[in-house]
Design a protein around this ligand. Structure first.
Ligand SMILES: [Zn+2]
Length: 161
């Protein structure tokens, strides 16, 4: 295994993990019908409204460490969020591994993320007056984040053997 391959796998893993983290803000806000824009980086507890520090926003790990509860008000965080984080992280990595971490695998994992999101949206079936605007924001934000992530990944492929 070359150094380039290792770096690409690490990058792919980190990106999938970040995407899983992003999903709790991105998807949850879309389904919760909150007025807060999906673009802000701050996360809030749906129950008490307290701001969740970055150290408590780690996908999968934070949920396990806090036993699925808000540290401030002890309210239970929906299990669906945990399933979503695991499903996205594991799924994206699996796609990467199946397609040998090729740039096309990166695009496929992004497609998987958006399909997963659509699935959750359909499952929850929540539509609010802000939904259209939120969805547009969400798509634009993801286009920017995933687009930059993909470009960097392509650069890695070109620069490292
Ligand atoms: Zn709370």
């Amino acid at each position: 295994m070359t150094v380039g391959t290792i770096i690409r796998i690490v990058y792919f893993t980190a990106f999938s993990y970040l995407a899983a983290g992003l999903s709790t803000t991105d998807i949850v806000r879309l389904t919760a019908g909150q007025k807060r824009p999906v673009l802000t980086h701050d996360c809030y507890c749906e129950n008490c409204g307290c701001m969740i520090p970055l150290s408590n926003q780690l996908p999968v790990i934070s949920h396990l460490m806090n036993r699925g509860r808000c540290r401030n008000c002890d309210a239970k965080i929906p299990v669906l969020q945990f399933v979503q984080e695991c499903g996205l992280f594991a799924g994206m990595l699996l796609i990467g591994a199946l397609f040998r971490f090729q740039p096309a695998a990166f695009l496929l994992s992004i497609l998987y993320y958006e399909l997963f999101k659509t699935g959750v949206l359909l499952y929850k079936g929540v539509r609010t007056e802000h939904f259209g605007k939120q969805l547009t924001n969400s798509l634009l934000m993801n286009l920017l984040i995933f687009g930059c992530g993909f470009l960097l990944y392509c650069l890695l492929w070109l620069l490292l053997p």
